[in-house]
Structure formats: structure tokens, C-alpha cells
Write a protein that binds this ligand. Structure first.
Ligand SMILES: Cc1cc2nc3c(=O)[nH]c(=O)nc-3n(C[C@H](O)[C@H](O)[C@H](O)COP(=O)(O)OP(=O)(O)OC[C@H]3O[C@@H](n4cnc5c(N)ncnc54)[C@H](O)[C@@H]3O)c2cc1C
Length: 272
């Protein structure tokens, strides 16, 4: 399958890219191409102009300063998974990145592309919601910051505006909270059928962020009960407020299972 014809542009700086986006309102950014190009090949997306941003230097860096991690939007999934600072400070993120597709996809796909494409079963948008990340969006009007928790609006819908480029993600380093992550997929490398990030604070409070069960990341705060039975009841209560995709019974069950396993991965204990 081949895409409809398009004109290809390439930018070498953020300034050049946002100027191009301002002048080409119908144009589309391509980064790793691992979501956009299949859509174009199936003719589900037919942009007439594509702007390749992979030549912009300095957008794939990771900087740790003042308790915050700043990650460039062009970092590839595989580089994210293997990054030594991230493995030390946010192992839940590097673990999640290892679950994105296969090596060939992780070697091309970028963090920014995944966060903006916003597949409901994608790991990284939910990771950013759980980690309370902030996205930096640049346009010809300037730069704005949006919390990941406000960015995701529904099925493949985000708060990104025409002409905006996701340049950076910042993540506060939390030493008071432990994180866990588990997903269920048919085969290794497949999109998740259901996945969960859990946060567990020392006083037993925390949250669960699900993905793959509805139109986007679903974060719910809760107090983690002492027994699996009580935790199941609490999780099912939270799921009552989620607009679950098809196969509702299965997904509810899967959502409780991944949350419980992610919880146990943090606090220890036998797996379900
Ligand atoms: C077989 C297969 C299996 C996969 N499995 C998984 C999986 O298990 N989990 C998962 O999460 N993903 C999976 N993916 C998708 C993969 O992670 C993509 O890399 C990712 O969704 C998009 O990143 P990209 O850089 O390739 O973006 P592109 O495909 O280049 O772009 C995607 C969208 O984001 C926009 N965009 C890209 N970068 C920016 C930016 N910096 N600022 C603003 N807009 C931008 C583009 O305009 C486009 O609309 C899979 C893909 C394939 C082909």
C-alpha cells in the first residue's frame, strides 16, 4: 500500500518548524512515522504536506535538574527504555517504554509522536499522566505548558492546537511515592488489552492510571486497602466511573487484575 502523494519538508530547528507550521496550517508533522505512515498508507490520513522534524538537534536529550527530569520530544522509545538516568529515577517509565511495540518500532518511534497520537492503548501517555508530567508546546505564538492530566480529552483527542509542536516533557521526581506498571497483551509487542500504572504512598494512599480500557488514560485516586478483596471492591468502584470500551466484562476484570498485579509489584507479595 502506498500513501497519496505529498510534499516533503524537513526542518533543522524548532524556530523553523513552528514558522513552517504557522505558514502551512494543513501541513502535518512526521517524527518516527510509526503511527502516521500506516494511516497514510491506508489512506486514512492524506496530508498534502509533511514536515519531518527528526533533524532538529537537541530535542532528544534528557536533563535532570532541581528534582525535575526534562526529556526531549524526539527521544526514541528504545533510547528512553535504555537511558541510565531515567532507569534510576523513573524505572516505571523505562519499563513501560520497553513494552511499546517491537524493537524496530521502538527504534524509530518517538516520545512526542506517541504522546500526541494518543492511542488509547499506548503506554507512554498513561505513564505521563501517572507521573504528573507537563508538556511544552511550541508554536509561532510562543510556548505554552499543559499538564498531561489535562492534555488527553478522549479517543485520539488531545489539547494540542494546530501549529503546535511538542518539544519537551518535564517530570517531577517523586521520592515519596512508589510506582508499579503491568499490562496484558495477546503477544509480546502487541498493543495492550489493558494496563495499569499504580502509585503507592507511604500512608497507603495513591492512585491507579489505566490505559487500553477506554478512550484514553484514566487516573483515579484511592486508598489502597490491606486485602486483595477490599482492593478489588475499591477498584471496581473506580471503574464504575470509566466509560469502558467494548467487551466491558472482560476489560473490567482485566483492569482489576493489572491494577492488583501492579500494586503487588510495588509492595511485594504473591502474584494473582
Ligand atoms: C506494529 C506496531 C505496533 C505498535 N505497538 C505499539 C505499542 O504497543 N504501544 C504504543 O504505545 N505504540 C505502539 N505503536 C506506535 C508507536 O509507538 C509509534 O511510534 C507512536 O505511536 C508514534 O510515534 P512516532 O514518532 O512514530 O509518530 P508519527 O507516526 O511520526 O506521528 C504520530 C502523530 O503525532 C504527530 N506528531 C509527532 N511528533 C510530534 C511532535 N513532536 N509534536 C506534535 N505532533 C507530533 C504527527 O503529526 C502524527 O499526527 C506501534 C506501531 C506499530 C506500527
Amino acid at each position: 500500500m502506498k500513501p497519496a502523494s505529498f510534499t516533503y519538508y524537513r526542518s533543522s530547528s524548532v524556530e523553523e518548524a513552528v514558522q513552517w507550521l504557522g505558514e502551512h496550517p494543513e501541513g502535518k508533522i512526521v517524527a518516527g512515522g510509526q503511527s502516521l505512515i500506516p494511516l497514510m498508507n491506508f489512506r486514512l490520513s492524506r496530508p498534502e504536506e509533511l514536515l519531518d522534524i527528526t533533524g532538529i538537534p537537541d530535542l532528544a536529550s534528557v536533563v535532570e535538574a532541581d528534582g525535575v527530569l526534562d526529556i526531549g520530544g524526539l527521544i526514541r522509545h528504545q533510547a528512553l527504555a535504555e537511558h541510565e538516568v531515567l532507569q534510576r529515577q523513573v524505572p516505571v517509565l523505562t519499563d513501560a517504554a520497553r513494552h511499546v511495540g517491537h524493537w524496530a518500532i521502538r527504534n524509530k518511534g518517538t516520545l512526542g509522536g506517541s504522546l500526541v497520537h494518543a492511542d488509547p492503548a499506548a503506554e507512554l501517555p498513561a505513564a505521563m499522566v501517572a507521573l504528573n508530567a507537563t508538556f511544552e508546546l511550541a508554536s509561532s505564538d510562543g510556548v505554552r505548558e499543559v499538564s498531561a492530566r489535562e492534555f488527553y480529552l478522549g479517543f485520539l483527542m488531545t489539547d494540542i492546537q494546530p501549529g503546535e509542536l511538542l518539544t519537551h516533557v518535564s517530570i517531577p521526581i517523586r521520592e515519596d511515592v512508589s510506582f508499579g506498571f503491568i499490562e496484558i497483551a495477546r503477544r509480546p509487542g502487541d498493543f495492550a488489552l489493558a494496563g495499569a500504572f499504580v502509585e503507592v504512598a507511604g500512608d497507603g494512599t495513591g492512585a491507579v492510571t489505566w490505559f487500553g480500557i477506554s478512550g484514553g488514560p484514566e487516573r483515579r485516586e484511592l486508598t489502597w486497602a490491606d486485602t486483595p478483596e477490599e482492593r478489588k471492591v475499591a477498584l471496581l468502584e473506580q471503574l464504575d466511573t470509566v466509560d469502558i470500551l467494548e467487551d466491558e466484562m472482560y476489560r473490567r476484570h482485566a483492569a482489576v487484575t493489572v491494577a492488583e498485579q501492579a500494586y503487588r509489584s510495588v509492595v511485594g507479595g504473591t502474584q494473582l
